[in-house]
Write a protein that binds this ligand. Sequence first.
Ligand code: FAD
Ligand code: NAI
Length: 466
Amino acid sequence: MYDLIVIGSGPGGYIAAIRAAQLGMKVACIERYATYGGTCLNVGCIPSKAMLNSSERYAEIQHGLDAHGISVGSVSLDVPKMVSRKQEVVDSLVGGVAYLFKKNKIDAFNNCWGRIASTSKVELLDDDGNVTQSLDTKRILIATGSKPISLPGITIDKKNIVDSTGALEFEEVPKHLVIIGAGVIGLELGSVWSRLGAKVTVIEYLPEILGGRADKDVTREALKSLKKQGLEFILQAKVTGAEDKDGVVEVTYEQGDATETISCDKLLVAIGRKPFTQNLGLENVGLTPNKRGQLEVDKNFKTSVDGIYAIGDVIPGPMLAHKAEEEAVVCVERMNDIGAHINYDAIPDIVYTEPEIASVGKTAQELKDAGIEFKSGKFPYSANGRAKAMDATGGFVKILADAKTDRILGAHIIGKSAGDLIAELAVSMEFGASSEDIARSSHAHPTLAEIVKEAALAVDKRTLNM
Ligand code: FAD
Ligand code: NAI
């Protein structure tokens, strides 16, 4: 009899299994694929960042060294080698999860589906649906993650019409890559292939990029910068279909009253992801996902059925690996009567384009809509010594603080290493810090972190270096 069976081994599932084992629970974790680590490690966060890093180096050698007095001869590109390095990074990390399972004495089952048979029984199924084993448990944690949303009229053939997984595996640089969706995947993978030499056209339904959720100043700056790097955008256009005609993919979209067609050799469909609950046996315990396919949970991450819990992409909230991890830890600790909690306002969100885009907490628009009075402080990278030395002067840090209490309510950064800089602001928000707390803390010189300090000083209109 297990204390806990976790279904799914992504950042939600594997972290939950480890924390539960640390707390003395007898744990099993079930994964339908051969390798552990879920979307994040296998086909998401990690491989995309490996390709972003490789392509950034290639772009820098080609266009970014001249001003430093460095000239390079001819540069060549070996895409299969780049893709196989990406796979080595993935392999080493997914192997690391298998090691952690062993180290923590977690019974890990791979290559099999976990199906809930009752609130105290999980069956293991092979791909043909045969039950190979049955496990008894006191509790079940669903961490089955998400899958890409498909667009009616478009078939992902995994050859010329792909989802994000396929776009991490191209064997050569596409001549023309069309991307449906200017969300996070569209911008990150669009950047990769554009840097490697593809013409990239992004078609987006909304009038702005990043799903309209980001800070407006940041969105404007990001669009300007991405266009300068060569990405083309067709905004306010709804893709209605695509067909592969002997290697030429014809994509049809509606813009205003017009119906247009664009041809390309590769098409990436990146219009969002949806929770994944296929073959999970929810019907056996009377559990029904909501209209968006998500499993609703209470503050203990318990579903409407006693003994069954859910975390990560399969429940409401942002689809982020670190959000799944936080939920994993809190869910398991609460099972063990530890009073843990998550502050969803302090979960950072990062887009790993160049420049990076990072945010935490509320945007100015959200504060306005909520009728909350706030002060805003902004400081540009261009006035920071380290940024100048690094030739990284594009972008800014913006901090929003409560008009009366000065408590930080949100922070938005676009610029070099934004994803690392945002950590200070997330921790500050977790501690309920004011902008003055940051402004009065020593930040080493010369660092990009001084831009954060100056933005905090700007909230009180007293920047020192501008
Ligand atoms: P998943 O990681 O999806 O794991 C669920 C696991 O459950 C899968 O391995 C699946 O095979 C398994 N499973 C499902 N059903 C069953 C079953 N019945 N039986 C057994 N196993 C089952 N997030 C970030 O925070 N930062 C990033 O940089 C980032 N980059 C991304 C890039 C891409 C291209 C993509 C697609 C996503 C990215 N994400 C990123 C999102 C991130 O990957 C997800 O938010 C995260 O993986 C969710 O974790 P999870 O544990 O909920 O689910
Ligand atoms: P997304 O939700 O970020 O963006 C999808 C975009 O497609 C939206 O802007 C939407 O308006 C547009 N769209 C939808 N239908 C369309 C149509 N018919 N025609 C044109 N445009 C259309 O989704 P995305 O990029 O697929 O990413 C999925 C999730 O994966 C994200 O929500 C994110 O949580 C996660 N992710 C996170 C990353 C990170 O943290 N760095 C990186 C990659 C993914």
